[in-house]
Design a protein around this ligand. Structure first.
Ligand code: GGG
Length: 354
């Protein structure tokens, strides 16, 4: 019997509500597939920060090291500045475990209504490949002359050759493996003088290794406009840490709800655990009401099982999601229904058991 050890960090806000549904769905799929899953819970969050001054213990990363994967809810809550919560929990995990690929699929499911006119399932079906450990996400910089009229703030970006090439290589390989074989790169090479022209050059050079892959490059501003105007054009999108993050919120917004979107923080070499989470954040405005949509977390759980080599469980969970969305009886309010978080979780469990 296959067995996997999963570290669970529900985190903040609706993370505490959607993660239990993800676990219920995983347990149902594991029972049906004859797989043993063991979950170890880590209660690290903004509450921990209030109690200890840290988002996780000093040896938190060491505690996570031996797991097969990490399953995370959401990070951040009013009362703790967002940059302190993110740099205290989520970002150190991505970096310590070299999860340099952030893979975010975007799909319009049958049963959901795109806010864009005349879009049907199949029209929106692409991946965002986001660089996940460097780029614009950086704590390098500082403030001088603070509190005076002369205040100066510097914020440094970091683009290494190794970091740029490995994310581009991952995206080219993914594009090559797909039917459309189309890769689009998002930059801003007219405004960002050094980093983006560098990225463009590495992209153009690498394209020569992939003659079957159709490529294009757009500035991020027109990229966002095109994504809304014609999402069907896209197949695989690659972008830096910041641009990839923005595009992977915009993409699922075009499918009816951002809450359905998953995020896989992958260490492709499997030297370290990878981490799986919904794209959405802690949503303090709806936290504690049992109305959050758990599907982003459930889809992330499916990606986790696929990463761990269990395609059967992945397919089972995805089939249950597709069926429940298509049927439309247990949808949360962001998808036009009235179901609670737990009712949607139960519908998925029932579907897997049927
Ligand atoms: N699901 C985890 C979460 O809280 N995401 C919100 C967020 O802002 N994440 C930062 C990022 O992905 O860079």
């Amino acid at each position: 019997m296959s067995s996997y050890k999963i570290a669970v960090i529900p985190g903040d806000g609706i993370g505490k509500e959607v993660i239990p549904e993800g676990i219920r769905v995983l347990e149902a799929a594991a029972a049906s597939a004859g797989v043993k899953l063991s979950f170890t819970h880590f209660d690290w969050s903004c509450e921990t920060y209030h109690q200890t001054g840290r988002m996780m213990p000093v040896d938190g990363l060491e505690q996570l090291r031996g797991f097969d994967a990490i399953f995370l809810g959401a990070v951040g809550f009013p009362g703790v500045p967002d940059h302190l919560s993110l740099w205290g929990l989520l970002l150190p995990i991505r970096r310590a475990f070299n999860q340099y690929v952030n893979l975010r699929p975007v799909r319009l499911f049958e049963g959901l209504q795109s806010p864009l006119a005349n879009k049907k399932p199949g029209d929106i079906d692409f991946y965002v490949v986001r660089e996940n450990v460097e780029g614009e996400y950086s704590a390098i910089g500082g403030i001088q002359y603070e509190g005076t009229d002369e205040e100066v703030v510097l914020q440094q970006s970091v683009f290494t050759r190794k970091g740029t090439d490995r994310i581009l290589r991952y995206a080219f390989e993914l594009a090559q493996s797909r039917d459309k074989k189309h890769l689009s790169s998002a930059t801003k090479s007219n405004g960002l003088f050094h980093s983006m022209p560098y990225w463009d050059k590495r992209f153009a050079d690498m394209a020569e290794d992939y003659p079957e892959v159709k490529t294009d490059q757009f500035h991020i501003d027109i990229f966002t406009a095109n994504l809304v105007r014609m999402p069907e054009y896209y197949d695989v999108i690659v972008g830096s840490n910041l641009f990839g993050d923005i595009l992977s919120d915009l993409g699922p917004a075009c499918t009816g709800t951002i809450a359905i979107a998953p995020s896989a923080n992958i260490n492709p070499e499997k030297e370290f655990p990878s981490m799986f989470e919904p794209v959405h954040g802690s949503a303090p405005d709806i936290a504690g009401q049992n109305i959050a949509n758990p599907l982003g977390t459930v889809w992330a759980a499916a990606m986790m099982m696929q990463h761990l080599g269990n395609q059967t469980m992945h397919d089972q969970i995805m089939a249950a999601m597709e069926a429940v969305i298509r049927e439309g009886k247990a949808l949360t309010r962001d998808m036009g229904g009235t179901a609670s978080t737990q009712e949607l979780g139960q519908a998925l469990v029932d579907q897997i058991a049927s």
